[in-house]
Write a protein that binds this ligand. Structure first.
Ligand code: ZN
Length: 213
């Protein structure tokens, strides 16, 4: 059974419930929610409260179509209530994007055995799957915006802790880290960013252009 130690923050969950996150972040939240009973319960509470607030506002201060838009957006992501399929690596919302499980992902090599697959990219943010061989380090970097990382297989460690399947790490301008895949199994993560990362050193910066992250 998955034991999730690192959970999503309330503001991001609220952003998801109100349909105000960039779509790339929606992918990560929907995936986390489908792996985490705790996040699912918190989201249901927020949606219940949000629905009540929208009804109370009597349409005075909100666009007529904002609730409809939010519901359409949540509907488009599919039912977050769906439990993860018994043996899938990808949670249900990602399986809908990829058209199957991990064997259907079109990986591109990014060097040293690492691979990525960009699932979504627009002016606001991008979301990608990243595959890091067991025991391998990612280049040390900091952030210009928000980076959400959800572990789907294996585990990684950085200066802030150990992250395994279902765990979510949220990094921002204050965080400077060097994630390292734990030994034993390749680490596969879903990563969304809304601004380019800042890498130390020339080689990672060249790789960054290649990865477009
Ligand atoms: Zn990072």
């Amino acid at each position: 059974m998955t034991t999730i130690r690192h959970h999503i923050t309330e503001d991001l969950l609220m952003g998801y419930a109100t349909g105000s996150l960039p779509q790339a972040f929606d992918f990560v939240v929907a995936s986390h929610v489908s792996l985490s009973d705790d996040a699912r319960a918190r989201l249901e509470t927020l949606e219940a409260v949000g629905g009540a607030v929208l009804c109370d506002m009597d349409g005075a201060d909100i666009a007529d179509d904002s609730l409809a838009k939010t519901l359409a957006k949540i509907g488009a992501m599919g039912p977050v209530m769906a439990h993860e399929s018994a043996c899938g690596v990808l949670p249900a919302p990602l399986q809908r994007v990829v058209g199957g499980d991990i064997d259907k992902v079109h990986w591109k090599s990014i060097g040293r055995g690492a691979k990525q697959c960009v699932l979504h990219s627009d002016d606001d943010a991008s979301a990608r799957l990243i595959y890091i061989p067991a025991g391998q380090a990612m280049p040390k970097h900091s952030h210009r915006g928000t980076e959400m990382t959800l572990v789907l297989q294996g585990a990684f460690r950085d200066e802030d802790g150990h992250y395994a399947r279902g765990d979510m790490e949220i990094a921002d301008e204050q965080v400077d880290h060097s994630p390292v895949a734990e030994p034993g199994e390749a680490c596969i993560c879903l990563v969304a960013t809304d601004a380019p990362l800042k890498f130390d050193g020339i080689i990672p910066r060249i790789a960054q252009r290649f990865m477009n992250i």
